[in-house]
Design a protein around this ligand. Sequence first.
Ligand code: MF3
Ligand code: CO
Length: 252
Amino acid sequence: MGLPEIKSTREIEIMRVACGLVAGSLDFVEKELKPGVTTGELDSLITGFVESRGGGMAFRNYRGYPANTCISVNEQVVHGIPGPRKLVEGDIVSVDVGVKYKNYYGDGAKTFPVGKISEKAARLVDTCSGALDAAILAAKAGSRMGEVCRAIQEYAESRGFSVVRKYVGHGIGRRLHEDPQIPNFVSDSFDMNLVLKPGMTLAIEPMVNEGTGDTRELPNRWTVVTADGKLSSHFEHTVLVTGECAEILTRN
Ligand code: MF3
Ligand code: CO
């Protein structure tokens, strides 16, 4: 594995634009999340938002991925393929958007409630969002990767939930997925001693499950669901490492 790149000021300015489109499209689509809307319609709305502002959709054809966004409902963890499924009151829906702008990438995701959701679902979504916040606070220059991973895992597990282990966060920049890998748990299979440096750009993306962290893939070869059929939540920000806590780029 290569060392994570340090981005120049010029590169970071381009990534700010890509990431701004990610954040803008997630804010925009939140208003459209009503019972009856299909995930395919949401995918089209996001695409229109991004492309009309000069961005490109990063996921389309990535390793053969067949849509522009990933939209994962309830027990779907990540890589839900948008289509004719209609959202219903009580669903939780994870929307993941990747934007390419001038050859640089931004990546972000959020889990939204559809109408009124159960208390358990709300606690899960809050926990996943809080785990991402904890990771961002831990991701300052001079910190080690293990501190970021531990922040996510401890936040989620102390609230009675599980982190997914099969899919991890990543560096991002001129490619959607760069080094380093950023697991949502402490593991010697990854470089926990990596020291974060100013100018690194990271996509941190906790996936938190209501039941166990185990997952399986649907026959479409993309969509990841919880093995036990219980709920899952996913939040992701592209961040820039600075001397203080990381700066969120996927925020307007
Ligand atoms: N945001 C996800 C990630 O960072 C999804 C990209 S995979 C795709 O890995 F194939 F669906 F594009
Ligand atoms: Co990502």
